[in-house]
Design a protein around this ligand. Structure first.
Ligand code: AMP
Ligand code: MG
Length: 406
C-alpha cells in the first residue's frame, strides 16, 4: 500500500522507508577484514566462523566444592585423596571418597559429587546422613566432558558483534587473534549558512550545529564504526562540492544534513550529480524526514543526505542510515526491532509512515510524547525513541519501536 506523495522532488521517491532501505542495501557491501589481537576485538564484528578446538568442559569436572563418591555411599567414609582444580585426574580409590573443588577433575570411577554443605566433615573423613544419601543420583554435580560443546562444533558465525561473553569464549578456545571487519569509516557533512560554530554566540536568526553532534553521538554508540570526518560547510555549491569530494576520499559512507529540500539554496542534490553520484531516491513517504535523498558515488559508496531538521536527522539516522552501516560493517544478525503498544493512542494517523516520539513505560508499553514537529529536538530528547506508524493506522499498535541508538 505505498502511499503516493506529490512529486515535488526531481528524482524518484522511495515507495516506503523499507523500500528506501532495500535500495540503499544494494550498495552496502561489507568492508575488508583485518586480524586483531583478542584484547582489541570487543565491539567489533567477527569475520570468521569459529569452532571449538576441544570439548567444553575438556574433562568430567565437579560443579561444586565437595566429595566425589559412588552411588550408594553413606555413613562414615574416609577421605583418601584431595584433588584441587588444575590437577590431573586420578582413579577413584576403593573404600573411601575424594575431596574435590569446583572445576576439579572427577576421579574415574566416581558417580557423583556430594556438596560440602550436605556432609558432616571430620579431619580425615566425612559422614553422609542416610536421608541425604537417599537423594544422591548418579551424575549429580558433575559437568560432563563436552556437555557445553564438542570439539569441532561451531562456536560463533561471522557477522556477529563481539560481546564480552564472546570475547571470553574466544579466549577459552585459544583464539588469541581473530579476524574482524575493519571499522566502517563514516563522514558527516552538515550544511547551512545559519549554522555558527560552537564558540560563536548565535544571533536570533542563527543557531548552533546540533546535527553534527547528534550524528557523531549516534556513531559513537558502535565500536565497529570509525568517524572519518565531521565538517560543516556553508550553502555554497563550490564549498559543498569540495567537501563531498574530500569526504568520499576518506570514508566508506557519507551522511549529509541539510540543503536537500526545495529551497533555492538547497544545493546538495545538484552537487551530488555534479560529482558523478547516481541518485537512488529523493523523497521517502515518511514524517519526519520526507526530503531524504540517497545516492551512490562513482566509486560505489552509499551517500545518505538527510534534511536539516534536527528530529529528521535523529529519526532518519536510526531508520535509514543504521541498516546501511550494519551492512557495511558486516553484521548479519541484528535482533529485530521490538514492538510496543501505545498507552495513550489518540486515533491519529497520516497517509505516510509516521515516526512518532515515545517514552517507554513499564509493561512493554510506550507513551507518545507531544512534539511541535521536526524542529523540536527538545521533545525528541525527552523521548526514548520513536514508533513507526504505518499509513492510516490509528493505533494503539503494536508498532515497531526504535531507540535513539545505533
Ligand atoms: P534545511 O534542510 O537545510 O532546509 O534545514 C532545515 C532546518 O534545519 C532549518 O531550520 C535549519 O536551520 C535546520 N538545520 C539545518 N542544519 C542544522 C544543523 N546542523 N543543526 C541544527 N539545525 C539545523
Ligand atoms: Mg539549509
Amino acid at each position: 500500500m505505498p502511499t503516493k506523495v506529490p512529486h515535488t522532488l526531481d528524482a524518484p521517491q522511495a515507495e516506503s522507508p523499507e523500500h528506501a532501505i532495500r535500495l540503499l542495501l544494494e550498495h552496502a557491501h561489507p568492508v575488508a577484514t583485518e586480524r586483531l589481537a583478542l584484547d582489541h576485538a570487543h565491539g567489533r564484528v567477527l569475520a570468521e566462523a569459529i569452532r571449538a578446538d576441544r570439548a567444553s568442559p575438556a574433562a568430567d569436572v565437579s560443579a561444586m566444592d565437595g566429595y566425589a563418591v559412588r552411588t550408594g555411599d553413606a555413613g562414615r567414609l574416609p577421605v583418601l585423596a584431595d584433588i584441587p582444580a588444575g590437577v590431573e585426574p586420578i582413579d577413584m580409590p576403593a573404600g573411601g571418597v575424594v575431596r574435590v573443588m569446583t572445576g576439579s577433575c572427577v576421579p574415574a570411577g566416581a558417580d557423583l559429587v556430594v556438596k560440602r554443605e550436605d556432609v558432616d566433615e571430620q579431619p580425615d573423613a566425612i559422614t553422609i546422613d542416610p536421608a541425604i544419601a537417599a537423594d544422591l543420583r548418579p551424575g549429580l554435580n558433575i559437568r560432563r566432558r563436552g556437555e557445553n560443546i564438542q570439539a569441532g562444533e561451531s562456536v560463533a558465525n561471522r557477522g556477529v558483534e563481539i560481546t564480552p561473553a564472546l570475547v571470553g569464549v574466544l579466549a577459552s578456545f585459544g583464539h588469541h587473534r581473530v579476524e574482524v571487519y575493519r571499522r566502517v569509516k563514516v563522514a558527516i557533512l552538515t550544511t547551512g549558512d545559519e549554522v555558527v560554530p560552537a564558540d560563536v554566540s548565535p544571533r536570533p536568526w542563527q543557531l548552533h550545529d546540533s546535527n553534527g553532534p547528534t550524528l557523531a553521538a549516534f556513531l559513537a554508540g558502535a565500536l565497529w564504526v570509525a568517524p572519518a570526518a565531521a565538517v560543516h560547510v556553508r550553502d555554497d555549491r563550490g564549498a559543498i562540492r569540495a567537501a563531498i569530494a574530500s569526504a568520499l576520499e576518506r570514508a566508506d559512507v557519507l551522511v549529509l544534513s541539510g540543503g536537500v529540500s526545495m529551497g533555492d539554496r538547497d544545493y546538495v542534490p545538484a552537487v551530488l550529480r555534479e560529482v558523478g553520484a547516481r541518485t537512488l531516491f529523493h523523497g521517502v513517504p515518511q514524517r519526519p524526514g520526507r526530503p531524504t535523498l540517497a545516492a551512490v558515488s562513482i566509486d560505489g559508496q552509499p551517500i545518505v543526505a538527510l534534511p536539516g531538521n534536527p528530529v529528521s536527522v535523529a529519526v532518519t539516522a536510526r531508520r535509514l542510515v543504521r541498516p546501511v552501516l550494519h551492512a557495511l560493517g558486516g553484521l548479519t544478525r541484528t535482533p529485530p526491532p521490538r514492538t510496543v503498544m501505545l498507552v495513550n493512542p489518540d486515533g491519529k494517523s497520516l497517509p505516510l509512515w509516521w515516526h512518532r516520539l515515545v517514552r517507554l513505560v513499564p509493561g512493554g508499553l510506550a507513551e507518545s510524547v507531544g512534539s511541535k514537529g521536526s524542529g523540536d529536538l527538545v521533545s525528541a530528547a525527552r523521548a526514548d525513541g520513536f514508533v513507526v506508524i504505518p499509513p492510516g493506522e490509528p493505533g494503539p499498535g503494536p508498532f515497531e519501536f526504535h531507540p535513539w541508538t545505533l
